[in-house]
Every structure is written in C-alpha cells, then in structure tokens.
Design a binder for this molecule. Structure first.
Ligand SMILES: [Zn+2]
Length: 135
C-alpha cells in the first residue's frame, strides 16, 4: 500500500523491553569508537540511526551517560544494550542485532576506524572513516 509507514520491531534478550521503529533510518553505520566498544562490551556497535520521534520503547530501561552527548540505554533485567540516545533529543542509534529481523538493515559505512580493534578485518568494501562522516 503506497504511503504506508513501515514499522520494524525489536527487543532485548529477555523480552522485558520492546521497541518499534517507524519509517526508514537516517543512516546505518558501524561505529568502532572506544566509547561504543566499552558501552556495548563488543568490538564495534552496528546501529541504525533513527529520529527519536520515530521510536517507541516499552518496558523498564536503564540509562547511563557515556558522554555529554550520548546516553546508553539498556534493559534493566537482562542488560541488553539497545540504544545510543542523543541527550539533545534528536536521534538515537538502535542496535541492529536487537531487531526481530536482524537482517532488516545493512550498514553502509564504518566510522571511527581510527579506534578500531586491530584484529577486526574490514573487507566488505564499505567506505571507512577515521572519525565521524565528514559534513
Ligand atoms: Zn531484557
């Protein structure tokens, strides 16, 4: 049906937190920065960036300010890291792995590769940026 807004759903490991993302993401990128590594406990953070107004979150979440600009949001029960939430109210990164269909979005760039872990090999042909995408 033309004009219909696509809604993708996802949630944490235990199911206590569920979310809905309306429409298409602003961008889909893999972040290799040290802050994302620590916050996710993973080599990098693959996320789809959405306007916060496009996201609905149900369930009890915890929040930690990992920097002045960014809050990390996680399930209080199971600890799944779901969102990197801009504290200025604009956008939020949603973990690609948390979507019910984990293949729903494909990243188009690697960012902050200046802080990438050495053994992570990037051979997918995607553009790589040492820091944020310029502009
Ligand atoms: Zn949970």
């Amino acid at each position: 049906m033309s004009g219909a807004v696509t809604v993708r759903e996802g949630g944490c490991l235990c199911g206590a937190v569920r979310f809905r993302a309306k429409g298409e993401p602003v961008n889909v990128r893999i972040c290799h920065c040290r802050n994302c590594q620590k916050a996710t406990g993973a080599p990098f953070f693959a996320r789809a960036l959405f306007e916060q107004s496009a996201l609905t979150v149900d369930g009890e979440v915890g929040r930690y300010a990992s920097s002045e600009a960014l809050d990390r949001i996680f399930c209080k029960t199971c600890g799944t890291r779901l969102f990197a939430w801009r504290s200025n109210g604009t956008v939020a990164g949603v973990a690609l792995a948390a979507f019910d269909d984990h293949n729903v979005f494909e990243p188009t760039a690697h960012i902050w590769t200046s802080e990438k872990i050495d053994w992570v090999r990037l051979d997918d042909g995607l553009p790589q940026y040492p820091e944020a995408v310029p502009g």
